[in-house]
Design a protein around this ligand. Structure first.
Ligand code: ZN
Length: 270
């Protein structure tokens, strides 16, 4: 079973458990389903444990905070929108480019802050974009709501805007492997902690999917399917109990606890 498929089953299971009231009912029902409660608790904890990737903070890339205005707004996150910045590829000082984009968005567009939530350079470094107002580099408030950027008109609320530095307009202009890996890690962290399936409809899309634009360029747009699977694989890997490959001790890595649960709980979900 592919990682994406396994992840899909796991999410269906958890949605089903919640929907069927099993999680609300608690341990008695779970014991009736012949599943050790300790294992369920471990799975639930693990499902929420996708670690954030390293992020270059605004202070580290040299954001002039005196340029920024207004107060950030927040909303629950439900999708990621990928962009390219339409700047030169492989610039020697990507942090300088991030500063220039910030200045352009504030002074040129007269926005309150840089539009993108995160930017990624060809070496795979992730830069904090739109400020959450001093709450750290993650672009979230204390409740885990995502700061609303300005990157896809009419679709900013609830989306995280991730921009790859460079221009990928030609189908043959492909992003670097490290840049794609960084985006996958970023999406896996944002989605995994929220139970969002990167392969779900509309979850991880390009700017052109919601606005009339060529962004993120054909070369990057064609990699989105691969990015969805890479992010899903990262979530699946992070969800797997660390002390046993798939949690069921049979060493086959086929889904472990999920497989065990599907049968006894199946009746409740139906
Ligand atoms: Zn765009």
């Amino acid at each position: 079973m592919s990682d994406a498929r396994r992840l899909h089953r796991r999410q269906l299971l958890w949605q089903g458990l919640v929907g069927a009231g099993v999680l609300a009912v608690g341990p008695a029902v779970l014991r009736a389903a012949s599943t050790p409660v300790a294992d369920l608790g471990r799975l639930q904890l693990a499902a929420a444990s996708v670690a954030p990737p390293p992020i270059v903070t605004r202070a580290q890339w040299g954001a002039d905070e005196s340029l920024r205005g207004g107060r950030p707004d927040f909303a629950p996150l439900n999708r990621a929108i990928v962009h390219h910045t339409v700047t030169a590829n492989h610039e020697p000082d990507p942090a300088a480019r991030v500063r220039a984009i910030y200045e352009y968005h504030v002074r040129g567009n007269r926005w309150s802050d840089i539009g993108y939530n995160f930017l990624v350079d060809p070496s795979g470094r992730i830069y904090e974009g739109r400020s959450a107002g001093g709450g750290g580099p993650f672009g979230e408030d204390g409740s885990g709501r995502s700061v609303i950027g300005a990157h896809a008109e009419g679709h900013n609320t609830g989306s995280v805007g991730i921009a790859l530095l460079g221009t990928y307009s030609g189908a043959a202009v492909v992003p670097t492997g490290p840049a794609l890996e960084a985006v996958a890690a970023l999406v896996a962290w944002k989605f995994g902690t929220r139970g969002i399936d990167p392969t779900g409809a509309g979850a991880l899309i390009g700017h052109r999917d919601v606005v009339s634009t060529g962004c993120p360029g054909e070369g990057l747009y064609r990699r989105l399917a691969e990015l969805r699977l890479a992010a899903a694989a990262r979530i699946a890997a992070a969800s797997r109990p660390a002390d046993d490959d798939d949690g069921d001790g049979d060493g086959d890595g086929d889904g472990g606890i999920v497989e065990e649960l599907l049968d006894p709980v199946g009746g409740l979900l139906g």
